[in-house]
Design a protein around this ligand. Sequence first.
Ligand code: ZN
Length: 354
Amino acid sequence: MKKLIFSLAILALTVVACQPNSDEVVPNQEVATIDMSDFYVYTDSDVEKPSSNAKKDKCQTMKVLNRQLKENPGLEKRMFDIEKHTRTYIYFKGKPKNPGGGNGGGNTPPPAPDPYIGIITIPVVVNILEDPAHPVTQAHIDSQIAILNADFNNNNPNTAGVPKEFADLVADTEITFTLAAINRKASSKSEWGTRDAMKLESEGGIDATDPTNNLNLWVCEIGGGILGYAQFPGGTLATDGVVIGSDYFGENAAGGVYGHGRTATHEVGHWLNLRHIWGDGRCRQDDFVADTPSSDGANYGCPSYPTVNCKSNDMTMNYMDYVDDNCMYMFSNGQNDRIRAIFASEGPRESFVN
Ligand SMILES: [Zn+2]
C-alpha cells in the first residue's frame, strides 16, 4: 500500500509538472492568461469519417508527427512552447504591449503595438527524385509556385464560391513564394514512403538546402495513395519541409481531381503550423483556430453547402480539409493569425523575415 501511495504521489507530481503555466508574466507588466489545456500533439489518425474514397489517407502529416514524437523526446515540449508563443501572439495582436502606460494622463507616451511584418517572401527549393514514369516538368514547377501564390494571397478564382456565412473570414496571408532552386536526381524507387528518406543524401535522397531560410519541397513517388506530408515547425531541421507525390505537383493531368496543386497548399499550411480543420479528433478536439467551425472528420469530394457536423456548418472549402483540389479555396483569418505568429519575434520561422 505504501508503495502504491508513493507511486500515486509521483504520478501527482508528474501531472503537476506537466501542467502549463497559465499565469506567466509576459514582458511589459501585463499578465497574460494563456489557456493551454486543450493542447495535443498525438492523434489517432484512424479517427476519420467512413469514406468510399480511395484516397482516404491523402495526407500523412499527423501520422508522421506521431512517429517523430516517439523518435524525438524533445519534440512535444518544443511544439507546446511554439503553441504557447502563438497563442500569446494572438492574445496581444493589435493591443499595446503595455496598456497601463500613457492612458491616464501620465508621462509615458502610448506604447506602439507590435509592428505588422507585411509581405513575407519565402524562397522555395524544389528537390525532385525523378521517376521517368512520373515526369516533373518546368511547367509543373512554375504552375505550382503560381498556385501557392494565388492561394496564399486570396487570388484563387474559386474563392467567389465561399458561402456568405464564411465570406468575411477569407484571409490574404500576404506570403509570396519565389522559386530559388531546382535540384534533380534520378530515382528508380517506385515508393519512397514517409520516413523521410527522400530528404537525406545518405538514404538516396536530396539533402535540404538551408531550411532556416528556404522552404524545401521534395517531389517523388511516395506510394500508398498518399498525396503528401509536411513537418510542423519545431521538428528536426534536416527534415524540415514538405513532400508531394509527383502526380500531384502543380497543374498535372495525371493527378485527376488532385492535379491542381492544392496538395502543396495544404501541406505548406501544415509547415506554417496549421492543423487539419477538423482537429484530427471528434467534435471537441479543435484545430486551435477560433473562426473555423468544429467538425468530427475530414470531408472528401466536392461537398455541397451546408455540410453539417457538430451542430455547425463545416468550412469544407478550407485548404486544411481533404476535399478535391478545385473545391478548396480559402484560409481563414484565424488561420492567418497562426501563420503570422510563427514569423513574429521569437517565432519558429522568424529567420525568414530577418
Ligand atoms: Zn494534412
